[in-house]
Write a protein that binds this ligand. Structure first.
Ligand code: DOR
Ligand code: ZN
Length: 336
């Protein structure tokens, strides 16, 4: 059995920099036609020289594959209208992190005071630059996303023309907010479709499945699956593939992030097939993102076949993917 995807897109992707970029960029570029590149480098991507230089480093690391890196800026409340006007040509979205909530987010937003954020959000709305948000409070870890929903709703209500993407949603409650505000959208990761907190910490602790937001309850996963399997029109695939060196994951203080880029399409095909939803995979991994972001990715066909993929124990020796050492039912046969 085979299926060919037209220009699959990963609308939430961490490619990192330096040696890690060299290892992971070719893996995304092989299987996907494009991806939304997260700006949480050290220091974060906050000006256009940084955007251009990072894009160039990505393109150099990618090799010959057809892949469009859709760039983002790290949200700052003091961006000027003139800067944003110029930035619009170079980026697809701006990513907002609450300060200190996840990897390299120390320079993010504190307090979510609308008066402070409004000047930049107003200009973004006028210019048609979408806002992507890591929506977590600093509360109890299982409640962080649901506690943040009122912030999403406040932003969505105050800027009805601003497209706001709730990144990596993990709860049924967040999906509920999609129905209340026309301008809210969401990405869903591979790992949150597969796992609950049980897989992370219910048995032996599995550091390679530890991420932010943490995987939640079975009923949350069921809601995510339902939205993905029917390719809810406001939902897109965003892997949040977030590689860390093995020693940062297998450590007393484990870094947050699941590295899924090289297994994403085979694992999605396996899951969608198991739930009789293969016909909606194209919309979930490409068409919805094209419509929501108004993008036309480069021409690329990626053919998946039902031939097992043995997932490597690691890439570049030091980066461990989800499903390391396991077999997936599907593999990527060819792409180009
Ligand atoms: O698990 C995560 N890892 N969640 C994030 O929000 C950031 C990411 C990273 O950059 O490592
Ligand atoms: Zn992320």
């Amino acid at each position: 059995m085979e299926m060919t995807l037209d220009a699959p897109l990963d609308m939430h992707l961490h490619l990192r920099d330096g040696e890690m970029l060299e290892i992971v960029a070719p893996l995304s570029a092989k299987d996907f036609a494009g991806g939304l590149i997260m700006p949480n480098l050290v220091p974060p991507v906050t000006d256009l020289a940084m955007v251009r230089a990072y894009r160039k480093r990505i393109e150099e690391a990618m090799g010959e594959a057809v892949f469009k890196p859709y760039m983002t800026l790290f949200f700052k409340a003091d961006y000027s209208p003139a800067f944003l006007e110029e930035a619009r040509e170079e980026i697809l979205a701006i990513k907002l992190y609450p300060a200190g909530i996840t990897t390299n987010s120390e320079g993010g937003v504190k307090g979510f005071d609308l008066a402070t954020l409004s000047p930049v959000l107003g200009v973004m709305s006028d210019l048609g630059i979408p806002l992507c948000v890591h929506g977590e409070s600093d509360g109890f870890v299982m409640d962080r996303e649901s506690e943040f929903i009122p912030v999403y709703e406040r932003l969505a209500g105050a800027f009805p023309d601003l497209k706001i993407v709730m990144e990596h949603v993990t709860t049924a409650a967040a999906l509920g907010a999609l129905e209340r505000h026309e301008n809210l959208y969401a990405t869903i990761t591979l790992h949150h479709l597969y796992i609950t907190l049980d897989e992370v910490a219910g048995g032996l602790l599995r550091p390679h499945l530890f991420c932010k937001p943490i995987a939640k309850r079975p009923e949350d996963r069921a809601a995510l699956r339902e939205a993905a399997f029917k390719a809810h029109p406001k939902v897109m695939f965003g892997s949040d593939s977030a590689p860390h060196p093995r020693e940062a994951k297998e450590a007393p203080g484990c870094a947050a992030g699941v590295f899924t880029a090289p297994v994403a399409l085979p694992a999605l095909a396996q899951l969608f097939e198991a739930h009789g939803a293969l016909e909606n995979l194209q919309a979930f991994v490409s068409d919805n993102a094209r419509r929501i972001y108004g993008i036309e990715p480069p021409a690329k066909k990626v053919t998946l076949q039902k031939t097992p993929m043995r997932v490597p124990a690691g890439y570049g020796e030091a980066v461990v993917p989800m499903f390391a050492g396991e077999e997936l039912a599907w593999s990527v046969a060819r792409a180009g």
